[in-house]
Design a protein around this ligand. Structure first.
Ligand SMILES: Nc1nc2c(ncn2[C@@H]2O[C@H](COP(=O)(O)OP(=O)(O)O)[C@@H](O)[C@H]2O)c(=O)[nH]1
Ligand SMILES: [Mg+2]
Length: 442
């Protein structure tokens, strides 16, 4: 599809469009069949459907024409070039959405959600992005900001017109408002952990000594033969990754090299990377081979994963078992951890593994995902954090008995930070940076 926006959108299209009627005279939100011809007026470039939409009820709030061409690169590109020759200009990244923002149809948080909708990796991530696009987050921020604006206005009135005898806002009222606002903002920040996980995904690494079946599990969870599986220990020397979905959370699954000591140079480098993976991953699937006794290499891995979110996976349960769940439970480093028996080869137990791992990742997810707005964008999170800090300073000033004007200064700072989320007083530089993340045509 080729999309034109702006006052010239319809006239420019009309110069090349040959249909039953000129687009200049058709009604808004109507679709018309015709040909797009070259600039000389003869050669038909493509047979198209042109949708005409008049301002202001359009994506950009401007006149918009959308030309549906035949699929494939050439048809659309030829039509695009012909339109550019007639005076249209190529859009910058995200320019349509930027115009929608500048023309006041959506605020900045909504504009940013467009990228998240396009990039959503799972249906849950899409739900969160759609909620933000339809203004869920914006409404919350507006509401919090509105109350605050009101308080600041009342405080400023008594500062600016002391002789007018405007009743002073009591310090108790100010404190109450600050506390209430802080706690609402903190709740938003709490949800952002899950929101970010949904937007960016989380990394889950499979770790264990060589030959326990890590690559087999990696392939099984990805549903693809990505990693080479072999009975020779030390086959996987590099770190492999692939995207999958666990309980609606996009997961970057990592298959590290087996961890063991005293091996050749290349494998050693692989092992070094595997250790780095342990540090970085959000959660670990620590795998041992249940068909043979635990070794000191297994111990090393388990110890290396201390302090991380871990599921202990007893693999190869299709074979006669040498280690059971009960044995593992008694292990000093496994206390309190989920221990599962699976067979990566037959697929037994993998469903349960997914749901346990999902529970670990989503920790607290179910209680809040459905009703609350989840912040997922770092820029918003930083702004809300900044607002909370400003409120904390204001409360400190209040507690220490500072005069009202100092407290108001902190509150104004908090308001300003909140305004950043929805794009109040935002500079062109910041807009450029935000919209540069968009693809062209959005
Ligand atoms: N019986 C059985 N064999 C398995 C299972 N998982 C992996 N294997 C075998 O164990 C060997 C090592 O597997 P691999 O995935 O390469 O282990 P890695 O070194 O930990 O990546 C291969 O021969 C696999 O076929 C399992 O659940 N049951
Ligand atoms: Mg492997």
């Amino acid at each position: 599809m080729v999309r034109l926006s702006g006052r010239e959108a319809i006239p420019i299209t009309d110069r090349l469009f040959r249909g039953r009627r000129q687009l200049a005279v058709v009604g808004t939100h109507t679709v018309h069949h015709g040909l797009i011809v070259g600039g000389d007026g003869n050669a038909a470039l493509d047979e198209v459907l042109a949708s005409v939409m008049h301002a202001p009820h359009t994506y950009t709030c401007e006149d918009v024409v959308e030309i549906s061409c035949h699929g494939g690169r050439m048809a659309a590109r030829t039509v695009l070039e012909a339109l550019v020759q007639q005076g249209a200009r190529l859009a910058g990244p995200g320019e349509f959405t930027r115009r929608a923002f500048l023309n006041g149809r959506i605020d900045l948080a909504q504009a940013e959600a467009v990228v998240d909708v396009v990039r959503a990796r799972t249906s849950r991530a899409l739900t969160v992005a759609m909620r933000q696009l339809s203004g869920g987050l914006s409404r919350q921020v507006q509401e919090i900001r509105g109350r605050f604006l009101d308080l600041v206005a009342r405080m400023e009135a008594t500062l600016d017109f002391p002789e007018e005898e405007i009743p002073q806002v009591s310090r108790e009222v100010v404190r109450g408002e600050i506390e209430q606002t802080s706690s609402r903002l903190r709740r938003l920040l709490e949800g952002s952990r899950i929101g970010t996980a949904l937007r960016e995904g989380v990394s889950v690494a499979i770790v264990g000594k060589p030959n326990v079946g890590k690559s087999t599990l990696f392939n099984a969870l990805l549903g693809a033969d990505r990693a080479i599986v072999s009975p020779d220990p030390g086959t996987t020397r590099d770190v492999l990754e692939g995207w999958t979905e666990i309980e609606g959370i996009p997961v970057r699954l990592i298959d590290g090299a087996g961890i063991r000591s005293g091996t050749d140079g290349i494998e050693r480098e692989g092992i070094r990377r595997a250790r780095a993976v342990i540090d970085e991953a959000s959660a670990l699937l620590v795998m041992v081979d249940a068909s043979s006794a635990l070794t000191s290499e297994d111990e090393d891995v388990i110890v290396a994963c201390r302090g991380k979110q871990v599921v202990v996976v007893l693999n190869k349960c299709d074979l006669p078992q040498a280690i059971s769940r009960t044995d593992m439970r008694g292990h000093p480093s496994c206390g309190g951890r989920a221990i599962l028996e699976v067979s990566s080869l037959t697929g037994a137990g993998l469903g349960e593994l997914k749901s346990v791992a999902g529970g670990l990742l989503a920790d607290g997810w179910r209680s809040c995902v459905d009703e609350e707005v989840l912040m997922c964008n770092m820029r918003h999170i930083e702004a809300v954090r900044g607002a909370v800090q400003a409120l904390e300073r204001a409360r400190g000033a209040l507690d220490d008995g500072y005069p009202d004007d100092l407290i108001v200064a902190d509150l104004v700072e908090g308001l300003h930070r909140l305004g950043e989320v929805i794009g109040e007083d935002i500079s062109d530089d910041i807009l450029d940076r935000i919209f540069s993340e968009f693809c062209i045509g959005k």
